[in-house]
Every structure is written in structure tokens, then in C-alpha cells.
Design a protein around this ligand. Structure first.
Ligand code: GAL
Length: 809
């Protein structure tokens, strides 16, 4: 039976390499102790030299293998090493790999000494080698360096089952069939029996099939079919039903088991849109880079999974694109479990290299498909280099390879050029048309140049068209959010579109030729710490209010923040039916979603257009009240009310006359309704109504001051002793006297930890725009953790526990 052991703890690392390093010596004086995932260099948050992580380093590991393993095949599996590596065991070169985003294995059998100490050396080349995708020209993302994903040590019998590939030919049939292709390696020809069992999400046995197989020498694929499977629940974003297939192989004394999860679903892109299980589903989502402050790409399971949770559960997206490379297994596991659909693509960025480079790219395509074949979340393979030019020969090959490896999934390939040659099943297109004006996406024919409609998915929009920092001015943050709303609205409204995946989920590190000059592209709806900008609420507010009420005012709630002054207009991203606004204890009005501007959104934003107390006009006739309301709305939309025109004055004078009011008084009241100069501090209460009831309430406004800081961990229990270390994020926020974020506090806070954890990154950092986060990781021990954070605004504490790992599902 195969034994598979996590091989992540207690590696030795040195940020350099010499040809003497691979020899089998156990002298490790220059090395420091590290665990995997590991980044070759903890970088500053920004403003660093990108060359800082581009160097060759060496990793060593001293390990013993049991004497009982003699006669077995000993394999070392690497999930991801950036960007190329060579591996030696006891001074013998045993293999290597090129390409930083896909897994590979090396065979240690001939080099390992059973029952004795062994020395493993890995030379990791994290330079941007021109012969390896995505490199060769400029790239708008950093790839960092190191053994940044997990490693496994496996001992397998002479006959072993390396993996299984699962397919359901027609998931929409009442009685379903499951093909299980078993990849079996045998040192010599032999007879074997294989039993495949299918378990439901609840663990019940659904079907079973046993076959006797004559195995050839080497690695071969053998198909076992389970038919007439009944009462199978389909997989979809609302019901991510995951079945488990277990294949058990016996050949003489050799026995092996392979277990994989699977979801029964059909996914088809057509000219009429995307169909999941035969039903049309609009795809709305964001692109994701897998990078974090300080640690680069090297984050463990829990932190990877958190991104899927943010996208699916916090924002309500149903699709993500793993721009621009295959991403962590943990992230994709969470996509399978949470029901987040995925377009996964090969590494690259605009540039196509020479023949050897293309061969490497094809290899990466194969490695990606083999690794992720069974995932129900993946509905599209991206088989073009992101935004590259047409290359008939190369893309004919990538498409053919993807189709031959996986006949069941469609291909796409992201381009930004119009009228590009369509060799894929889906025309996936980055449409950056929207610049704040009327036009959002190009008409299909202009994009494709084709006579007839084809399956079309927008894979990017926004991004560099409107880079926005979380701490930018209110108007910019608002426009950023509105642009995302316009793109969602268009994606939902356009019949010929499968949907829209916008740029992008999280701010990310980049090279000097991109970004804001500090090595960051501020294109995320979250910052790099995963703290939301207002644009994040553009997505979140589209969620079904029956599931979660969202009401997020998009404003600093101060009259001097906007150009020209005035508190209004401001938006509220909400899925409430309307929002009732009170000013200084008096009711202002009910404000409704802007349906006319966003006809296809389930929940257009509410615009608070004025702050005039309701009782000012309560004596007006119904008709005058309505006219007055319309007048205010119109004037406020044109700009703030500070400068009244002659026609305004005439209209107001007439009204004042009719109702016996003081003309000057009415004019002043109207001007003040903009929440502008000359009025006392405005404090607002927002009350969200849904289904006839007040369901949420927020106090915002001017009478605010910093009242303290809070520290919130994403998790309260971490696990030690699992596959590797565990980690979580703690978010520190400066809050005002009403509990709202103080958006302009910039102050330094210091973190102190007690207990079996350590910080990933610095202990002292600024709250930028009132908020920041840090990550802590376990150090192998269990126990209680106390975290204290202190700054000028206050001091706070939080606590969590590190417990012994429970086996992962
Ligand atoms: C696209 C590119 C992305 C990113 C984005 C910024 O052209 O595919 O990787 O650079 O622009 O908006």
C-alpha cells in the first residue's frame, strides 16, 4: 500500500547556490531552518526592487526512510517550485523541473539509502529565465521564488495506482454513468483486480464495480465503468455536491487505493450564453492573483481557501479566473466545495517565446489538466497565453492537446485583440472599452469579426482603466465601484454574453513597468490584505437579501471630502428595497435603487441625493411635494446646490409665496439640503428596509472621532501538526465612536504575540486608511495565543487557540 507523507517541515535554506552544494554532505552551517510553503525572500509591502527575489537558492533536507521501504518506488512530489529546479539525493542528480506553477515528481528509488540518513538538495532558480513561461518579455505580475507549495514523499509498491480520472458522459441523464480511468504503474506485466466505489456527499455507497485487468509493464490507463447510478445530485454553485470515488487495486501482494472527489454536472458555453446542467447561468466574477504582502505566493491551505470564500460568500461571485497560471490546489479545492466556477489557464503574459518555450508551455498545459481534471468547478481551460497575438500553429496544438486530454471540457484563451483567430470553443476577450462613459462592452461582431455569433465571455474589464487605492478620495472610490456595477449590469443584460469576469479581486505586486511606481497594481476590489474597497460592495450588494442583507454607504460622510464640498449625493450599495435617511434625528426621505441607470442589476445602488428634512415640505400639496422632490433630485444630479441659478430662485420664491414661507429661509434650507457649508455637523442614520421591514441600521456622519482600534482574527482555532503549518489573518481597524472605520487614520501599530505562533511579515506597520492586516502562522506546538496590538489610537487584544490537527477531509 502506498504511503504518502507530508514533507514540509524542517527544511534548510540558503539564499545562494554553489556547485559544491549538491554533494551528499550533511554540513548545513550556512543554512537556516524553514518550513514549506516557503518564499525565498520576505519582501517589504511595496517599493522594493523586484530583482530582490530573482536569484538562485538552495534547499536541503536531511531525512531517513524506513528499512521497510526497501524494494518500493520512492517518489518526491513537488506541488510548485518557482521557477526551475534541480534535485539531488545523496549527491546523485535525480531530476528537476522547469515552470513554477505546476506539480512534478522525481524518483529517488535508485539514490535513497534505506534505514539511513539521506541528504536531499534542491537548487531553485527563481530568476526570470527567458526560456520559461511567463518570462521572455515584460509581465504584469511578480512570481517571487522558492519552494512555495507543499512537497510529499511517497513509497509505492512495485504495482501502484498513481491517479484516477473521472468522467460522466451525460450528467443530465436520469441514470448516470461514471468512467474511472485508473493510471497504474507496474514493474512487469501482471494480473490485477480493481474495484471502484462511489460514495455520496453523505458517505453512502452509491455504486461499485470490480474488474480483472491484465497490466502491461510501465504506466498504463485502464477504464472501469459504473453504470445505472441513480439519485445522483448534480453539482452547481448553490449545491456543490461532491461525490467521492475510491479505486482499490490488488495485484499479488500489492494493494493501493486512490481517492478523488467528483461533481456530476454539465457545463456548456454556447452563442446563447453559458449553460450549467442545462440551465442558463450568467457568469459574474473577478480575476485572482495568488499573491500576498510579504510572503509572495507562499501561503498555506487556510489562507488560500480564504480567497475562495471572499469571492463566493462575501462577494457572491460565481466565477473566478486564475489569472494567469494554475493556482494552488487548496484554492481550487475550496472552489469545488463552495461552488465557485473557474477558468484556469496556462502561465503567460502577452509574450510567446521560441520553440522550446512553446514546448514548455504545452507541457504546463498537460500538467495543469492532469492535476485538475476531476474538479467540477473548472468549466473552461485557458489554452492561450493571456493577451498574446494569434499564433495559428501554437494554438492549434494547445487546443488539440487540451481536447485530447480532456474531451469533456471546452477551451478558451484570453485575447485583447479584436478579430483574433478563433481556434478555441469560446471567444474569451478582455474588453476594456468602459472608461466611465456610456459604452461598456463592444458589440460581439466588432470583437470577433465573425459573421455568426459564437460563445463569448468577457475575461477582463476595468483594472488599469481606473486604478484605485483603498485610501483614495471618496469620488474616485465611488466611480471605481460604479464602473464595476456598470460592467456587471452589462454582463447580465447582454444576451450574447456568457458573463463578465472583471479585473480584479486583489491588488497585486508587479514589475517596474506596471502599477503605481511602488510595485503594486491597485486594480483589486480588495487591497492586498484582502480588505474591501467600495467596489467590493458593488458585488456583495447583488446577493439575495434573503440570504444576507448588505447596506454599505459609499462615503466618508463628511462635507469637505468631495470636490466642491457637500455631503450628498452619495451612494449606498445595498440589496434593501429602499433606505430611509434621518439627519440629526429628523427624517429626511426614503431613497430607492437607481433602476433606470442599472436596469439589469438585481440590486442597483441607492443614491442619497439630498438631506432636506421631510417636515420642511410636509405642508405642501401632494403635487407640489412631488415637483419639489423632482426639482431637488434634478438639481443635485447636476451638481451640488451651492450656486443657485436665477430660475431656481424664481421657482423657490413662488413656492415660498404660495405657502407663506420666508423666501430666504427656503433658499437657505435648500442649499443646506446638500449638506454643504454653513450648517451644523450632520449626523445621519440609514435604515434599510426589505420586505416591508427595517432590517438594518447604520449611523454615519460628521460628529466622529477616533475611539479605538479593533483586532479581528479570521479564525479562532488553528491546527498544528497537519500537512504543514497553519496560518490566519488578523485585521486591525481604527474605529470611530460609532464603530465605523476611520478612513483617514495613518498610524503605526505594533503587534505582540504570546504563544506557539509567529508573524509572517513585520511586527510594526501602518494602518493605511484606517485599516491593515497581518498573518500569523503556527510553529508546530499547540497552546493558547494572545495577540496584542497597540497604536496611538488605542490598544486591543484578541486570542485564539492552536490545537492538534484533525485529519483533513
Ligand atoms: C490586462 C492583463 C492583466 C492586467 C490588466 C490590468 O491587459 O491581462 O494581466 O495587466 O490588464 O488592467
Amino acid at each position: 500500500m502506498k504511503e504518502r507523507i507530508p514533507f514540509n517541515d524542517s527544511w534548510l535554506y540558503k539564499p545562494s547556490f554553489t556547485s559544491a552544494d549538491p554533494c551528499g554532505t550533511t554540513d548545513t552551517a550556512e543554512y537556516s531552518r524553514v518550513d514549506l510553503p516557503h518564499t525565498n525572500k520576505i519582501l517589504p509591502y511595496n517599493c522594493f526592487d523586484e530583482a530582490e527575489c530573482q536569484f538562485i537558492s538552495s534547499y536541503k533536507k536531511l531525512f531517513r526512510v524506513s528499512k521497510n521501504w526497501e524494494g518500493k518506488t520512492v517518489l518526491l512530489e513537488f506541488e510548485g517550485v518557482m521557477a526551475a529546479c534541480d534535485v539531488w539525493c545523496n549527491g546523485i542528480h535525480v531530476g528537476g523541473h522547469e515552470g513554477g506553477f505546476t506539480p512534478f515528481q522525481v524518483d529517488l528509488t535508485a539514490a535513497v539509502r534505506f534505514g539511513e540518513e539521506n541528504v536531499l538538495t534542491v537548487k531553485v532558480d527563481s530568476t526570470e529565465r527567458k526560456d520559461i513561461p511567463p518570462f521572455g518579455n515584460v509581465v504584469d505580475y511578480l512570481t517571487y521564488g522558492g519552494i512555495y507549495r507543499e512537497v510529499w514523499l511517497t513509497a509505492a509498491d512495485p504495482v501502484f495506482l498513481s491517479r484516477i480520472f473521472l468522467d460522466c458522459p451525460d450528467p443530465l441523464e436520469e441514470e448516470k454513468t461514471l468512467h474511472c480511468s485508473c493510471e497504474i504503474t507496474a514493474r512487469q506485466t501482471c494480473e490485477s483486480t480493481v474495484t471502484v466505489t462511489l460514495f455520496s456527499p453523505q458517505g453512502e455507497k452509491i455504486g461499485e464495480q470490480t474488474e480483472t485487468l491484465s497490466l502491461g509493464q510501465g504506466c498504463g490507463k485502464y477504464r472501469i465503468t459504473l453504470s445505472h447510478l441513480q439519485k445522483i445530485a448534480l453539482w452547481d454553485p448553490d449545491h456543490p455536491n461532491l461525490y467521492t470515488a475510491e479505486a482499490e487495486m490488488r495485484a499479488g501482494d500489492n494493494r493501493d487505493i486512490c481517492t478523488e472527489r467528483f461533481g456530476f454536472r454539465s457545463a456548456r458555453f454556447t452563442p446563447e450564453g453559458f449553460f450549467l446542467n442545462g440551465k442558463r447561468v450568467k457568469l459574474i466574477g473577478l480575476n485572482r492573483h495568488q499573491s500576498w504582502p510579504y510572503a509572495g505566493y507562499a501561503m498555506p491551505r487556510r489562507v488560500q481557501r480564504k480567497d475562495a470564500q471572499l469571492l463566493k460568500e462575501e462577494l457572491g461571485c460565481n466565477m473566478v479566473r486564475t489569472s494567469h497560471y494554475p493556482q494552488s490546489r487548496h484554492f481550487l479545492d475550496a472552489c469545488d466545495e463552495m461552488g465557485l466556477l473557474v477558468m484556469e489557464e496556462i502561465p503567460g503574459w502577452q509574450h510567446i517565446g521560441e520553440e522550446a518555450w512553446k514546448e514548455r508551455s504545452l507541457k504546463e498545459l498537460e500538467e495543469m489538466i492532469v492535476r485538475d481534471y476531476n474538479r467540477p468547478s473548472i468549466v473552461l481551460w485557458g489554452v492561450r497565453i493571456n493577451e498574446s497575438q494569434d499564433d495559428h500553429g501554437f494554438y492549434t496544438r494547445t487546443n488539440a492537446l487540451a481536447h485530447s486530454l480532456d474531451p469533456g471540457r471546452q477551451t478558451g484563451g484570453t485575447r485583447y485583440i479584436q478579430r483574433s483567430e478563433l481556434l478555441e470553443d469560446v471567444y474569451t476577450y478582455n474588453d476594456f472599452t468602459h472608461d466611465g462613459g456610456e459604452e461598456v462592452f463592444r458589440p460581439q461582431q466588432e470583437t470577433t469579426g465573425l459573421e455568426s455569433p459564437v460563445p463569448l465571455l468577457v475575461t477582463e474589464s476595468n483594472g488599469h482603466m481606473y486604478p484605485t487605492k483603498r485610501f483614495d478620495q471618496e469620488q474616485r472610490l465611488t466611480e471605481h465601484a460604479l464602473r464595476h456595477l456598470r460592467v456587471i449590469n452589462e454582463s447580465l443584460g447582454r444576451e450574447d454574453l456568457a458573463g463578465g469576469i472583471s479585473w480584479c479581486a486583489f491588488d497585486y505586486h508587479t514589475h517596474s513597468s506596471f502599477g503605481s511606481g511602488d510595485k503594486i497594481c491597485y486594480h483589486g476590489v480588495f487591497d492586498m490584505f484582502r480588505n474591501p474597497k467600495y467596489a467590493a460592495y458593488a458585488y456583495a450588494s447583488q446577493k439575495n437579501p434573503a440570504m444576507q442583507i448588505v447596506m454599505e454607504p459609499v462615503t466618508a460622510a463628511s462635507r469637505g471630502e468631495k470636490d466642491g464640498g457637500g455631503m450628498v449625493p452619495f451612494y449606498i450599495m445595498t440589496n434593501c428595497d429602499f433606505v430611509r435617511v434621518y439627519k440629526n434625528g429628523k427624517q429626511v426621505a426614503d431613497f430607492y435603487p437607481q433602476k433606470e441607470d442599472f436596469p439589469y442589476l438585481p440590486h442597483p445602488p441607492v443614491m442619497v441625493i439630498h438631506l432636506m428634512e421631510a417636515d420642511v415640505i410636509s405642508g405642501f400639496s401632494g403635487e407640489d411635494r412631488q415637483q419639489f422632490q423632482e426639482y431637488l433630485d434634478k438639481r443635485m444630479r447636476e451638481g451640488t446646490l451651492t450656486g443657485l441659478r436665477q430660475e431656481d430662485l424664481e421657482y423657490l420664491a413662488k413656492l415660498a409665496h404660495k405657502y407663506g414661507l420666508d423666501v430666504k429661509g427656503l433658499v437657505t434650507t435648500v442649499i443646506k439640503s446638500a449638506g454643504g457649508w454653513g450648517d451644523i455637523a450632520n449626523n445621519l442614520v440609514l435604515e434599510g428596509f426589505w420586505d416591508g421591514r427595517a432590517v438594518c441600521r447604520r449611523e454615519i456622519g460628521e460628529g466622529k472621532y477616533a475611539a479605538g482600534i479593533t483586532a479581528k482574527p479570521d479564525d479562532t482555532v488553528l491546527y498544528a501538526g497537519g500537512e504543514t503549518y497553519d496560518a490566519t489573518r488578523i485585521t486591525v481597524e481604527a474605529i470611530d465612536n460609532r464603530g465605523n472605520l476611520m478612513p483617514f487614520i495613518q498610524e503605526c501599530v505594533e503587534v505582540k504575540l504570546e504563544g506557539p505562533v509567529s508573524l509572517i511579515g513585520p511586527a510594526r506597520f501602518p494602518l493605511t486608511g484606517g485599516i491593515s492586516s497581518f498573518w500569523i502562522r503556527t510553529a508546530g506546538e499547540t497552546g493558547s495565543v494572545r495577540i496584542s496590538v497597540e497604536g496611538m489610537t488605542g490598544r486591543t487584544e484578541c486570542a485564539l487557540e492552536v490545537e492538534l490537527a484533525v485529519p483533513l477531509t
